[in-house]
Design a protein around this ligand. Sequence first.
Ligand code: FPP
Length: 247
Amino acid sequence: MDLDEEIQQRLEGLKIPSHIAVIMDGNGRWAEEHGLTRLQGHAAGRRAAKRLVDAAIEVGVQVVSVYAFSTENWSRSENEIEGLMALIEEALRQELKELQEQQVRVVASGRLSQLPSSLQELLAKSERDTADNRDLTLNLCINYGGRAEIADAAAAIATDAVAGKIAPSEIDTELVATYLYHPELPDPDLLIRTSGELRISNFLLYQLAYSEMVVLPVYWPDFDASSLLEAIEEFNERKRRFGARPS
Ligand code: FPP
C-alpha cells in the first residue's frame, strides 16, 4: 500500500516514534451506532488493525503493540469472548502469509496458556515463522494485563532468587524489565487510545512510564492511516523530558 500524497507531505520532517502501543477502543459503540452486533464491530476493528499495520510499515515504525484482549475481557458474554478468540485466530491465520511478505515479526504477550489451544499453537507458529523478519514487530497482546505481567515477572524473579541465580540486592528496575514478556522490545514512545477515553486500562503498565499519550476521538473501526499521522503529529508537538527539569 502506498500512502497517499497528502499523508506523504504531512510526514515530512516528522520524528517517527519507534514503538507505538495502541488501545483499540470503541468497537462496541461503533457497532451500536451502525445498528450492528458487537462482533461485527470487532470484525470492523480487525480491518482497522490491518490498516494500522500497513500504515506503520509505510511510515517506518519499528514496533506496534495492540491490545487485542485484556485479562479483564473474560467478564464479557461467552458469545463475545468466543467470537473475539475466533476472530483473532482467523485474522492471524489469514494474514500470516502477507505479514511474512511484509517482513513483519509477530510476537505475543499475555497469559497465553489460558487461550484456546488452537490459538496458542498458531501464535507459537507465527512467532517461529516470522522470527527473522525485520521491518516491523507486531506485538499481539492477548489475555494481557499489565498487573498480571508484573506479577508474573515477580514470581519468576522469586523463583530465580530461591534457586540462588540472583540475589535480592541485584533486583532493580532494569532487572525487573528483563523478566517482562518481551524484554527485547523498547518501551513505547507513544500510546494511542481511540474513542476518547482517558485511561490506561491495565495496558503495559511497566513500559508506559514515560510514553506520550494521544487520545483520538474516533472509534477504533474508523481508524486509518490519517489517524496514525494525526497521532504522530501530536507526538511531535510534545517535549519529552523523562522526569528531568525543563531545559
Ligand atoms: C475494545 O472495544 C476492543 C476490544 C476489546 C477488542 C479488540 C479486538 C480487535 C480490534 C479485533 C482483532 C484484532 C486483531 C489485532 C486481530 P470495546 O468492545 O471495548 O468497545 P466499546 O468500549 O465501544 O464497547
